[in-house]
Design a protein around this ligand. Structure first.
Ligand code: PLP
Length: 448
């Protein structure tokens, strides 16, 4: 009998005991091809020798020192690396300081509080509202959940959530009108932000938060070209901070270290986690502009927020080793090559599938939207739990993929997200598509 409080209490989980490149191995010797990096985490696979060595070295010299007393070389070096990459890769980069935390939700909480405190410091105390999008996920802690737009995750906790305003996502598959160009649709979707700011009164709005590529709620939905540029412009015109959540889509997953670089937009605050430490250590980060940092440094001098493990030396050393591997070994080139190959293979296998409505994403963050009817785009009945069936059938075949149910038009829809490690080759691409095809067929067959 297990004393671990598993999230899904009636599930019999296999016991993972070892990692081997893109494979996980259980205590029965079964091998699972990790086609989703867990939840888009394990970008270097499961047995990277360089990262393991960096962790050992750091732990042997200094595992941890509390951030109220010390900084560490590991945290300083990682921050320097991230800001140097932001400078090199993001057009008109604004990011200059890095605040380390232990995961994505913590990064989101820190960002919401930083936005609020920034406006207090600069003498605009009425700015406290946050605008977010209906199709989004920013974490499971109460602040992050409040701005997230996934109804299913929010519902039980609704009375405990802080107020937030939600606008439409940029979701071309469902929301672009017939005959409407991508540009026109992007403008229309972005303009909802301006309408919301005007409606609330711009003097009350602190920040807008969005994922450049929506991950866990929607299965890899990128914004259409031009959308984020217009969002950036609207935020600037109304003095609203732009927070981009790259917890899932960042750190190279889309083929760029920062997903927003591809959109040509720098946020004021950027959230990172998952691929930052690649699962070797739990770590997240909030990157922010010098303007925000300096308002606090030159004002109260103290950001009123913190956690015990922030700037954890071993986690920072692991993340730096991960980031150096990505950079020095050109792994993002492989994201481009294998991402295109995987997408082409998915199109070939599922492009005409009666229950695959959309194939989308960027780099090695790809998604399939599953529909009951391709013509009407009607989702499957939520009670069928198709995404859970796909996951089960895939695991039985030694494949890990990330199936999800998001809320579409008030109803839950099903997606499968793929986010394999950046070290995969053509043989893994073929195996992913073949086993996913088998799993989907079996899941559909078992559907009542
Ligand atoms: N933000 C995004 C975009 C995410 O995808 C996630 C997790 O899936 C989070 C935030 C929360 O991160 P964590 O689970 O590390 O708290």
């Amino acid at each position: 009998m297990s004393h671990v409080f598993h999230r899904q209490s009636n599930a019999a989980y296999p016991v993972a005991v070892a990692g081997d490149g893109p494979w996980l191995i259980d205590d029965q010797g079964r091998r699972y091809l990790d086609a989703c990096g867990g939840a888009a985490v394990c970008c270097l696979g499961h047995s990277d020798a360089t990262v393991r060595e960096a962790i050992r070295e750091q732990a042997e010299s200094l595992a941890y020192a509390h951030s109220a007393f010390f900084t560490t070389r590991a945290a300083e070096n990682l921050a320097n690396h991230l800001i140097a990459r932001a400078e090199a890769e993001i057009p008109d980069n604004r990011l200059d300081k890095v605040y380390f935390v232990s995961g994505g939700s913590e990064a989101a909480e820190a960002a919401l509080k930083l936005a609020r405190q920034y406006f207090l410091e600069i003498g605009q105390p009425t700015r406290h509202r946050v605008i977010a999008r209906r199709q989004s996920y920013h974490g499971n802690t109460l602040g992050a959940l409040s701005v997230g737009g996934n109804q299913w995750r929010r519902e039980p906790f609704e009375p405990m959530l802080m107020p937030a305003t939600h606008i439409a996502p940029c979701y071309a598959y469902r929301d672009r009108a017939e005959g409407e160009s991508e540009e026109a649709y992007g403008r229309r979707a972005a303009d909802e932000l301006e309408a919301a700011i005007l409606d609330l009164g711009s003097e009350t709005v602190a920040a807008f938060i969005a994922e450049p590529v929506v991950g866990a709620t929607a299965g890899a939905v990128p914004a259409v070209p031009g959308y984020l540029t217009r969002i950036r412009d609207i935020c600037d015109r109304h003095g609203v901070l732009l927070i981009l959540d790259e917890v899932m889509c960042g750190m190279g997953r889309t083929g760029h270290l920062f997903a927003c670089a591809e959109d040509g937009v720098s946020p004021d605050i950027l959230l990172s986690a998952k691929g930052l430490g690649a699962g070797y250590q739990p770590i997240g980060a909030m990157l922010c502009s010098a303007r925000i940092h300096d308002a606090i440094a030159g004002g109260s001098g103290f950001f009123q927020h913190g956690h015990t493990y922030m700037g954890h030396a071993t986690a920072c050393a692991a993340a730096l080793a991960v980031q150096r591997r990505l950079h020095d070994d050109g792994l993002l080139d492989n994201v481009g090559v294998q991402g295109s190959a995987l997408r082409a293979a998915l199109e070939a296998a599922f492009g005409q599938h009666p229950h695959v409505g959309d194939i989308r994403g960027r780099g090695l963050l790809l998604g399939l939207e599953l529909v009951a009817d391709r013509a009407t785009k009607a989702p499957f009945d939520a009670a069928v739990r198709l995404n859970a069936r796909v996951k089960r059938e895939a695991m039985a075949r030694g494949l890990m993929c990330y199936p999800m149910g998001g809320t579409i038009d008030g109803r839950r829809g099903d997606h499968v997200m793929l986010a394999p490690p950046f070290i995969i080759g053509p043989e893994h691409v073929s195996e992913i598509v073949e086993k996913l095809g088998q799993a989907l067929a079996a899941a559909l067959e078992s559907t009542p």
